[in-house]
Design a protein around this ligand. Structure first.
Ligand SMILES: [Zn+2]
Length: 357
C-alpha cells in the first residue's frame, strides 16, 4: 500500500483526519495504520521515533524544562456501515472521525510541522484502546518501556467537542450471579428458577439513584447499568443460573476498592465477581503546565464522564486531561462524525499552546 499520509495531507489536519479514517484499524488490526504513521515520523529530522507492537512513539529532545505528552489511539470500534468516510457540508462522517482520528490528526500534524515547540513533546500513537486494557498500547509500553511515558503533563486527544475535560471516571465490570435449582418444567415446583430470581437484581438497578459529584469545579455523573444478561439451559428446563453483567462508572473521589464495596452493598445477598476495574483520575488542574494549557483553550473545563487513559497518567503522578475535536456523544455511533471547524480550531489551539512565546 502506498502511504496516503503525504506531505500535503500532513499539513492539513482536516485532510489528515480523513486519510487516517480511511485506513481501516479496528482494534487488534492496527498494523497498517501504525506502519503509515511510523514511516512518516521516521522521516522527520527533529523527532526520535520508536515502536512497540503497533504503538508508535516519537519525541523531541530539545532540553526543555518540561515535557508534555500528546496521545491518541489508532484503533476504532468495529465498523457499522460507516467506512470509509463521507463528507456532508462541514461534517465528516465515518468510523473513527470523532473517536478519535481527528485527535490523532492533531498530534501527527503537530509532530511533523512543529520543529521547535516550547516544551519537549512526546507523541503517542497507540493500539487497542477500545478493548480490554491488557491489549492497550499504553499498558504494553508501561510494562516494556516505562521511561517512554515520563512527562510533566499529558493531553489525551479523545473527543471532547473542543473543550477541556479533566480527570475521568473510574469503570468497573462485575457479574452478579442469581442461583437456582434445575428441574424439568413439567415439575417446575421441584426447582428454583434463576431467571425469575434476576427480577430482584433488575429492580435494584431500576431504582438505583446515581450520584453526581463535583471536584475542582468539575461535575461527574455516575452510572450503574446492566449491560448483558445470560441464563437458561434448554426449552424444557427450569434454569439454575442467571448472570447479569454490570457496568459501574464512578466519580474519581472513589477508588476501585470503594467502588467494589459500593457494588457489594447494592447487590447484597448475591454472588458478585469483579471482572474488570480501572481507577478514575482526579482533575489535576493545578499543575503549571495544565494552567498554561487551560489559558490557551480559554474556556472552563468540565468533568470527563467516560474512562480514558488520562487515568493511566494520573496513576503515574502525571496530570492529564482530554481535549479533542469530536463530539463524545457520537463516539461508537453509526452516524459518528466530526465538524471540520472543530478540527481547525482545535489544531490552532494546540499550535498556539506549543509555539514559543
Ligand atoms: Zn477513544
Amino acid at each position: 500500500m502506498e502511504n496516503p499520509l503525504t506531505p500535503e495531507v500532513l499539513a492539513d489536519p482536516v485532510a489528515l483526519t480523513r486519510a487516517l479514517v480511511d485506513i481501516e484499524s479496528v482494534s487488534l488490526d492496527e498494523k497498517a495504520i501504525a506502519d503509515c504513521v511510523e514511516e512518516v515520523l521516521r522521516r522527520v529530522p527533529h523527532l526520535s521515533t520508536f515502536r512497540h507492537g503497533n504503538t508508535v512513539m516519537a519525541r523531541t529532545d530539545l532540553g526543555r524544562s518540561s515535557r508534555v505528552v500528546l496521545a491518541g489511539h489508532l484503533d476504532t470500534v468495529p465498523h457499522n456501515d460507516n467506512f470509509p468516510s463521507t463528507m456532508r457540508g462541514d461534517l465528516m462522517y465515518g468510523c473513527g472521525t470523532s473517536d478519535m482520528k481527528s485527535g490523532v490528526a492533531f498530534a501527527l500534524h503537530l509532530a511533523v510541522t512543529l520543529p521547535d515547540p516550547r516544551y519537549d513533546v512526546t507523541y503517542f500513537f497507540y493500539e487497542a484502546e477500545e478493548i480490554e486494557s491488557r491489549y492497550n498500547g499504553l499498558t504494553l509500553v508501561a510494562e516494556a518501556h516505562p521511561e517512554w511515558l515520563r512527562a510533566d503533563f499529558a493531553v489525551l486527544l479523545e473527543p471532547t467537542y473542543g473543550i477541556v475535560e479533566a480527570g475521568c471516571q473510574g469503570t468497573m465490570r462485575a457479574i452478579v450471579t442469581v442461583p437456582g435449582e434445575r428441574a424439568h418444567v413439567a415439575r417446575s415446583w421441584r426447582g428454583v428458577n434463576a431467571i425469575h430470581g434476576a427480577g430482584e437484581v433488575l429492580r435494584r438497578l431500576g431504582e438505583y439513584q446515581a450520584r453526581r459529584v463535583t471536584i475542582d469545579g468539575c461535575d461527574y455523573r455516575e452510572g450503574l447499568n446492566a449491560v448483558r444478561i445470560d441464563g437458561g439451559v434448554a426449552g424444557n428446563v427450569v434454569p439454575d443460573r442467571c448472570e447479569i453483567e454490570i457496568n459501574y462508572r464512578y466519580a474519581p473521589d472513589r477508588d476501585p476498592a470503594a467502588a467494589e464495596a459500593h457494588l457489594r452493598e447494592v447487590f447484597a445477598g448475591y454472588d458478585l465477581a469483579i471482572t474488570d476495574a480501572a481507577a478514575g483520575a482526579a482533575p489535576g488542574l493545578d499543575a503549571p503546565v495544565a494552567q498554561e494549557f487551560l489559558a490557551a483553550v480559554g474556556a472552563a473545563p468540565i468533568g470527563k464522564l467516560g474512562w480514558t487513559d488520562v487515568a493511566r497518567f494520573a496513576a503515574m503522578g502525571i496530570p492529564a486531561l482530554n481535549f479533542g475535536p469530536g463530539d463524545p456523544n457520537l463516539a461508537h455511533h453509526r452516524d459518528e462524525h466530526v465538524e471540520l471547524t472543530k478540527i481547525r480550531d482545535g489544531a490552532a489551539t494546540l499550535h498556539r499552546w506549543l509555539t514559543p512565546a
